[in-house]
Structure formats: C-alpha cells, structure tokens
Design a protein around this ligand. Sequence first.
Ligand code: ADQ
Length: 465
Amino acid sequence: MSRLVVVSNRVAPARSGGGTGAEGGLAVAMQGALKDRGGVWFGWSGKTAPHDSGKADIVEIGATSYATVDLSQQDYDEYYTGYANSVLWPLFHNRIDLTDFSRRDRAGYQRVNALFAGHLQPLLQKDDVVWVHDYHFIPLGEFLRQAGCTQKLGFFLHIPWPPMEILLALPNHRSLVQQLCTYDLIGFQTEADKHAFLEYIQQEAGGEVLSGGRIRAFEQTPAVKVFPISIDTADVATLARRAENGAQSKRLKKSLLNRQLITGVDRLDYTKGLIERLEAYQHLLSRYPAYRGHVTLLQIAPPSRSDLADYQRMRRQVETIAGHINGTYAEFDWSPVRYLNRGFKRQTLMGFLRLSTVGLVTPLRDGMNLVAKEFVAAQNPEDPGVLVLSRFAGAARELESALIVNPYDIEGVAETLAKALSIPIEERRERWSAMFKHLSRYDLIYWRESYLRALEAAPCAAAAA
Ligand code: ADQ
C-alpha cells in the first residue's frame, strides 16, 4: 500500500495517549488512514512568523510526519483571510454580495500555494498518493507538478461548487478551474456540485465528459466523482449514549423542566442561516402561542473568522435578534433562547443532541453539514428526535426522511417546527431508522476508503506525460 500524504489548511496531530475529545471526525479519519499506511500530514501551522524558515517544521508520531509551515502576516492576510475566506468562501456559497474581488489577494493565494508546493515537494516519496483538501489549495496541484512531482494527486472540495453563472463573476475563473483540472481525481460532496462543475467544463471551458467518470478539459483528463462526506456513525452513537448519564447532560435536562428542546449547532458563519433560523423561531412563538413557556432553543455557535467584518456584522445581528426574542417572550422563569458562543467536547455536544426533541439545521447553503448527520446518529432509538433540515445542505440529498425546509421561508420553517414538536412516536422512529440505516452504511470510513480507492484507480497525468 502506498504512503498517504494529506494536505489541509490546518493539521491536527494525533496526541500520544489518545485525543482530547475535541477533535472533529475528519481529523480522526485522516489520522486512522495515516496510521495504517504511514505518510505525511501537511499544512499551515496556524501561526504567523516574520520570515519563511525555508523548510517545514516536522513532528514525527509513529509512522506519520506532521509537517507545518508558518505564514507571514501578509500571506495570512492575502491567502487566508483574503482570497480563501473573502472570495472563494462567499462566492462558492452563492454570496456574490459579500465577495471581495481583489487582485492583491488573488496574487497572495497563488503565492502561498506555490510556497506550500515548494515545502511539500521534498517530503514526497515516489509511490505516495497525495490527497489535497478544500478551497484553500485549488492551485496546489499545478504548483506541485511544476516542481516536478509525479505522484498521484487527488483533490476533495468540502464546500459547494457554485452554479456557472456565479462562478463567471470571479475574475480569472478559467485559470482557477484549469488549476483544479491538474489533479488526477476531483471529488465533490453532491451530484449537484458535480453537475455544476460539468456544466462549466462543457459550456465555458470547451471541455467534454468522457466515459468512466473522466473529463477532458485544458488538455487534462481528470476523473470527477461524488463522495458525500459522513461521520463515524457508530462512534457518535456510542458517545451520545455515554453522555446521557454524564454531568452536563443531566444538568441540561434538569434545567429544562420537561420543556421540549430545539437545538442548533453551527460555526458562527453567514452561510448557516442563523438569522433566518431565529426569525423562524420567533414566528413560532408569535403564531403558535401554546409553545410559549414550553420550548427552549439552544443555539450553540462558536465564533469563527472573527477578524472579518462580515462575520462581526452577522454576529451583532444574531445577538440583536436573540436578545429581542428573549426580551419579548421571556418570563421570569423561562428564556426562549439560550445562545452560547463556545465550543464543547464532542461527547458533551452529542449528549445535548440526544436530549433534543428537534435538531434544527437550516443553512442557506452548505457543502454537506455534519451536524445534521451527528444529530441522527446521537438519537435514542426508542425515543428519537426529529431533524428539520435545509434543502440547501448537501446532507438533504441523503437524509430524505428529515423534515426538509426552505430556510428563506420563515413562516414555512416555523410551521415545520410546530409539526416537528408534535410528531407521534411511531413516525419519529420510522423517519429516524431510515436515516440511521443509511448513515450506518455510508459512514466516514466508507467515504475515506471510497475516495482513496478511486484515487488509486485514477490514471496519473504525470505518469502518462
Ligand atoms: P463546517 O462549515 O465547519 O464544515 P459542519 O459540516 O457542520 O460545518 O461541521 C462542523 C463540525 O464542527 C461538526 O462536526 C460539529 O459537531 C463541530 N462543532 C460545531 N460547533 C461545535 C462546538 N460548539 N463545539 C464542538 N464542536 C462543534 C465544512 C463545510 C461543510 C462540510 C464539512 C465537512 O462547510 O459543509 O460538511 O466541511 O466536509
């Protein structure tokens, strides 16, 4: 088996003696693959430094090297805050209005990708397979090839691929897509993302779709496939079961005084639809007064990218509306909204999901949304809660027996919430077991292994050259 080289913006080293309990599922999946095959996990250190040291900082744990590179403040501003998070992130989530097209940032993004390729290339061995993750690194494959890398190169996009009309708004969209086509395998979350990509390839790039899942464009013939990311379903179920009797879950349960719990868990990001969600909840309380005093919305929203103005503005809006709902409807012994800006240990979080009557997952656009899947896996099979899920989350294409909503339709979401709070137990079990069965089969390991199998099978452009 060839060694695996994983590239992602942030690197999560395995800790000897087990993890902290706070690691995400993806980190655990990558660590598992690296442990089995040996290899390298490469990315940004998360730190800025005045000068490039000329080589990556390497920590060896078992058969894996964790290799990280510092960025200069300018690189951080232009590559990370700038092009990745102020151009590609909003644009790929259909937010042209928030996209800040700057040539300086585009140059910084290309420069950092070239820098990373220069640091990674010397760490590669002949038979390695390289798996690059996400929008930060679209150009990396091309720079690696230019640096003489002949290994197989795979790319997986965790966020949605935008419709062609939206992508056309990006200056230099053609060269970005050309760089993406340098990879031997391009993976998307959903058929819809793949479809949007193929539309661009055929209509804008003059390319064609070949048999066997490959395309021809920009004189390259990469394979293009769909791999919906998932969770470690069995592990989430175990964590949630264990958490049920833990101190935090007990405290939460006691504090609810038998009220029904609606839970939302999202990074504080404008793609997650938090404002619309709170408006829908407000509408529920206004339109269905019987719920006043009988439901609680627990919204957990750890801050992210707080140095960006759009995130600061959205945070203020969320705070205003959460405060307004509490100001309007709270009683001296009941607050309708509990709004928390902090992270939790995974087990604690899964315990909270298990206690919830409703999981409210209403992004305006989301590549997949793992919280939706975690909510399902965390439920008590005897008394499962109901998932209310946005049709614009990739997860909605698999979790068909959730209550699917349009997050922009505030009244519609409120109505669905009212329905979710009163679904009879038989129907809840039926809906839940269909979703749980699906997630038990299509879990994170399935995702990882099917991607790696496809990467092994994809012809390598450098070998053909
Ligand atoms: P994200 O936008 O970060 O991921 P999501 O898929 O929901 O969104 O993953 C978030 C993860 O963080 C979940 O596992 C969740 O449990 C965890 N988390 C959230 N809040 C937390 C808190 N307060 N404490 C602890 N853990 C918390 C991007 C894309 C998604 C895609 C994923 C994976 O935007 O669409 O599903 O990558 O590909």
